[in-house]
Design a binder for this molecule. Structure first.
Ligand code: COA
Length: 323
């Protein structure tokens, strides 16, 4: 069960209107109509994935009353680590001084935090850990193509952290579900610059090491997969839509969120939305939203929350938790 949450974002706010100033042929109206996004946070000099992850983690640890020395495990969901080696989790471990913790990343793009939570649950069930820090964090501004209007307007930077302890009878996870479909990988990926085709000057010049996306196909798959995840979440928890107090979906696009809520028969007043202020922060979006929902008093003891995620891979899944 989740006993503490925290989030952190870079200081710089980048509003839709600012894209025109950097030569992108777009408008605030287009971005808001298609996505619901008004602004996002963008990392500046000195801000790293590790620095915002550590800031979010320290907040979550303070809420949960957990010290760095008490962490048994650190799991980071990210697709934009500070370095390709070692893991983001190892760098976070060093920043926190969590010397006892086992640290590793989960590579599931926007589903990273949700996958990480389910790995954490399994680790606890197997008796491998008692206190786990699960983080979703991204600096997508460093891996998107700032010349490609199809992608650069969608994403933002941020980190969300959660402290997880063993569930009790009254509180904790009621259902979990994870799926993947690697056959659709090239609809949303970074084509080159990895081990298959290591970085060259040509790759750098053409920008093929940056995020490339077929937006329409991704949209359709996101709606379909999140609907599947909603059905499985309710079946698994033996609940109906009426039992859900709050739906916290991955914050990619308000139209995808609305389609998911409609499929779930959950009215929009029971859906948490902050994509307007943060853009799509991939693995960070759900834990940031959860932290804000708790701060706003929308999640209290006894509240039943359904989480639903979808991301590159493709990866998707869901989780129902009673707080
Ligand atoms: N500003 C203005 N025009 C833009 C634009 C932008 N930022 N980005 C794309 N366009 C243009 C396209 O070039 C296209 O022009 P064309 O018809 O002359 O070729 C036109 O807008 C329509 O493009 P289309 O892709 O059909 O728009 P859409 O309604 O599907 O909306 C997305 C585009 C990206 C907003 C939408 O497909 C989407 O949200 N997809 C899912 C993306 C996502 O969430 N990814 C992460 C998943 S975790």
């Amino acid at each position: 069960m989740i006993t503490g949450t925290g989030h952190a974002v870079p200081k710089r706010v980048f509003r839709n209107e600012e894209f025109v100033g950097i030569g992108i042929d777009t408008s605030d109206e287009w971005i808001r109509d298609r996505t619901g996004i008004r602004q996002r946070h963008i990392a500046g000099e000195g801000e790293t994935l590790t620095s915002i992850s550590a800031e979010a983690s320290l907040k979550a640890m303070a809420v949960a009353g957990v010290t760095a020395a008490e962490l048994d495990m650190i799991i980071v969901g990210t697709c934009s680590p500070d370095r390709l080696l070692p893991s983001a989790a190892a760098e976070l471990q060093a920043a926190l001084g969590a010397t006892r913790a086992v640290a590793f990343d989960v590579g599931a793009a926007c589903s990273g935090w949700l996958y990480g939570m389910q790995v954490a649950e399994g680790m606890m069930a197997a008796g491998n850990a008692e206190t786990i820090l699960v983080v979703g964090a991204e600096l997508l501004s460093r891996i998107v193509n700032w010349k490609d209007r199809n992608t650069c307007v969608l994403f933002g930077d941020g980190a969300g952290a959660t402290i997880v302890k063993r569930s009790t009878k009254q509180r904790g996870i009621l259902s979990t579900y994870m799926r993947s479909d690697g056959a659709l990988a090239n609809l949303l990926y970074r084509p080159k610059g990895g081990a298959a085709e290591p970085m060259t000057q040509q790759i750098l010049d053409e920008g093929s090491h940056l995020v490339s996306m077929q937006g329409r196909d991704v949209f359709k798959n996101a709606v379909r997969s999140m609907a599947d995840a909603v059905d499985r979440a309710l079946d698994g928890a033996k609940l109906s839509a009426n039992d859900i107090d709050l739906l916290i979906p991955h914050q990619a696009n308000v139209r995808i969120i609305e389609a998911t809520a409609k499929h779930a028969s959950v009215s929009m007043d029971k859906v948490f939305v902050n994509v307007d202020r943060f853009g799509n922060t991939s693995a960070a979006s759900i834990p940031i939203a959860l932290d804000e929902a708790i701060a706003q008093g929308r999640v209290k003891e006894g509240t039943i929350v359904m989480f639903v995620a979808f991301g590159a891979g493709f990866t998707w899944g869901s989780m129902v938790e009673r707080f």
